[in-house]
Design a binder for this molecule. Structure first.
Ligand code: FES
Length: 165
């Protein structure tokens, strides 16, 4: 069955359309709803958003492919979007990314067997002054060290174990 947002989210998205003179303005809110619901976006999801807000699907595809924020295949519950751009690179991002693989088995392009973690390397997220950093579930984690990574991962494992969504 083709992907669809839950009915209540579809209704909310239709409401968003009404806030703007042009329904195209609801494309990003629609893609964010897919992220909130499923955590990743593909062509089926784009078609669905296009249908709900009544715009040509190509415009939704264009938005999806422009932003690295939208993963295009399944990711872990905690997708570590790790900046590897210049400031983060100079402050050790590559070493931390290697550490995540060695210590925690979290590596780029893969989802851990428990479904909790995945890693995507991304370009500058505008927090260079606190490099190295990563974005996880809409929250920035900055001035990262191996100790901070260990703590964050342990906390997320506990959170997931408590049935937190
Ligand atoms: S280079 Fe990493 S946040 Fe700018």
């Amino acid at each position: 069955m083709a992907y669809e947002l839950p009915k209540e989210m579809q209704e909310k998205l239709k409401e968003v359309v009404g806030h703007y003179p042009d329904p195209m303005s609801a494309i990003l809110p629609g893609l964010h709803m897919v992220m909130e619901h499923r955590g990743w976006v593909d062509g089926e999801a784009c078609d669905h958003v296009a249908e709900v807000i009544n715009v040509p699907p190509i415009h939704v595809y264009e938005a999806m492919t422009f932003y690295t924020y939208f993963p295009r295949k399944p990711v872990g519950k905690y997708n570590l979007q790790f900046c590897h751009n210049i400031a983060c690179h100079l402050r050790g991002a590559q070493d931390l990314i290697a550490y995540l693989d060695e210590k925690h088995g979290i590596r780029e392009g893969e989802v851990t067997v428990d479904g909790l973690f995945s890693l995507t390397k991304v370009e500058c997220l505008g927090a260079c002054g606190n490099a190295p950093m990563m974005l996880v579930r809409d929250k920035y984690h900055e001035d990262l060290t191996v100790e901070k990574l260990d703590e964050l991962i342990e906390n997320w494992k506990k959170e997931a174990g408590n049935g937190h969504k």
